[in-house]
Design a protein. Structure first.
Length: 518
């Protein structure tokens, strides 16, 4: 029997981006979108076009570049939202819109101040209006898992009549438990008039750690679309993790006998790495499927078993998610051809990468470090795939510290066309360095998050620093990698300042063009 497809609806660029610290700029969203194309997801929610000029622009850019998936913009039931969404996806090969309204009494009373009838009328109006312009209309009943099921039957029935082709049953607050959530699908599919003509979709949040289990239960009760994000990023505890759902369906094909997905699973690991690199949100070591320890066997008894036969402790093959078992890739004798070849083998997208700079960085790294690993390459390509001309460039850094003296940093930076040197003392070497950089830049951003991790194992591993800074209500992430973590920290900080400068320039251009700022 042929397996039915469970559509993978990726909302990394919308619900995922709403998670604290996951803000991405347009170029970063474009990189993620290219990766989603390689993953072969079915639907991409590119953003919420009406929420800001920046979101509108990024939905538009993503829509233009994606040949395969349906590209959607989220929209409230308001005419302005719908118009903005339609404009933003107009150049997509497969455009669509995702209209939502909250349906639980708690949300209707306290958030929307609407009656059930008003919400129903607004939904029918919105779906009918959007349907005049787009064939693909999805409707979501926000907080569905806490909504009166009879009201869900009514509202879903009416929006289906108005033209919705996919109906989504979100567990917005992560409140549902698997059996109950699954039963809701059975009930709705059996009861909603026209329910057999549409695709039923699950959208879960992970507040109780049940998002994946709930999504799988929904599939067992007839859902044929799962809304999810790479690495499970999203509001609060996150959304359903794409890689966990996809690999559960694949690995337990014996249980999920009648379904499969179209995802190219070998692209899972590169996608996870790319997103983590861009957002600076590190993947927990023990994260299922993509965590660094997911395929590591530490206990002697386990190692012994795996050496005798991998099946003793491995239910998935690392290669299936694109994690090469031999991760050693290149060294200092490798040439440009080998470098490019390895990127292609890994499926790393280097469109828009300054390959001269990337190769030079690879050579410099290979000189310092005996072995250059796949993760090192991903970091280099992500950092060199940029974007707009940088306002700041780090030219020189000298930091001194001892147990007897206050740490002190001297920094030379290029700011526009000028070269400026300044120095500062700080609480530690990183602090001194950041203070010197901010003096030169003439800014005083707040450091909201600072994380360091080793990209690969070994004493010569590159340190990868991610820092989030905030200035005038805007937060941005900066990343830097280097074999010296103070240097990696300075690079990450300067990268963040450049992103602030890009945003500033973008807002100014919008204001000059007479558009409303985000
Ligand atoms: O969690 C939610 O309810 C949502 C909707 C907008 C679909 O993200
Ligand atoms: Zn959500």
């Amino acid at each position: 029997m042929e397996r039915e497809i469970v559509q993978i609806f990726d909302t990394t660029l919308r619900d995922g981006e709403q998670s604290p610290g996951a803000t991405m700029n347009i170029e970063e969203k474009v990189m993620v979108a290219r990766q989603l194309e390689k993953l072969n997801v079915d639907v991409v929610e590119a953003g919420f076009a009406a929420s800001s000029e920046g979101d509108f622009e990024s939905v538009r850019r993503v829509a233009e570049l994606m040949p395969t998936p349906i590209v959607l913009s989220l929209s409230r039931t308001k005419e302005d939202d719908i118009r903005r969404s339609i404009q933003a996806v107009e150049r997509a090969k497969n455009p669509g819109i995702h209209i939502f309204i909250a349906t639980s009494d708690i949300h209707l009373k306290h958030k929307l101040m609407m009656s059930r009838q008003e919400a129903l009328d607004a939904s029918v109006w919105a779906v009918s209006y959007a349907k005049k312009y787009l064939d693909y209309v999805e409707f979501s009943a926000e907080d569905a898992s806490r909504t009166d099921p009879d009201y869900l039957v009514e509202i879903f029935g009416e929006v289906i009549k108005a033209g919705a082709v996919t109906v989504n049953v979100p567990d917005t607050t992560g409140y549902a438990v698997p059996e109950q959530y699954g039963q809701l699908f059975t009930f709705l599919r059996d009861t909603v008039p026209g329910g057999e003509t549409v695709k039923w979709s699950a959208h879960c949040h992970n507040d109780l750690g049940l998002a994946v289990a709930n999504s799988l239960s929904a599939i067992q009760h007839g859902a044929r679309q799962v809304e999810c994000t790479i690495n499970g990023i999203g509001e609060r505890a996150g959304n359903t993790s794409m890689e966990e759902v996809v690999m559960a369906l694949k690995t337990r094909g014996d249980v999920f006998q009648d379904v499969t997905t179209r995802v190219v699973t070998e692209q899972i690991y590169p996608s996870s790495q790319l997103l983590s690199q861009i957002t600076g949100i590190t993947v927990p070591l023990n994260k299922p499927v993509v965590g660094a320890n997911a395929f590591a066997h530490e206990a002697g008894i386990h190692q012994d078993g795996v050496l005798k036969n991998k099946l003793t402790y491995e239910i998935m093959q690392p290669q299936t998610i694109g994690l090469a078992s031999n991760k050693l890739v290149l060294g200092k004798h490798s040439g440009r051809h080998a470098f490019v070849d390895r990127l292609q083998t890994l499926g790393i997208d280097y469109t828009g990468t300054d390959m001269n700079k990337a190769f030079a960085r690879f050579k410099a790294l290979a000189d310092k470090k005996k072995n250059v690993y796949d993760e090192d390459l991903i970091a280099i390509v992500t950092e060199e795939t940029v974007r707009l001309p940088d306002q700041y460039e780090l030219l020189y850094l000298n930091v001194t510290s001892s147990s007897m003296a206050v740490p002190h940093a001297t920094v030379k930076m290029k700011v526009g066309e000028d070269e400026i040197v300044d120095s500062a003392a700080g609480d530690g070497m990183v602090d001194a360095c950041f203070k010197a950089v901010t003096k030169i830049a003439g800014l005083d951003p707040q450091l909201e998050r600072y994380t360091v991790k080793a990209i690969t194992g070994g004493a010569d591993a590159q340190g990868e620093v991610s820092c989030m800074i905030r200035e005038n209500g805007t937060s941005v992430n900066g990343q830097g990698s280097h074999t010296d973590i103070i240097m990696a920290s300075a690079l990450a900080f300067v990268n963040a300042l450049n992103k602030l400068a890009h945003r500033e320039r973008y807002y100014q251009s919008q204001t000059a063009a007479g558009r409303e700022g985000p």
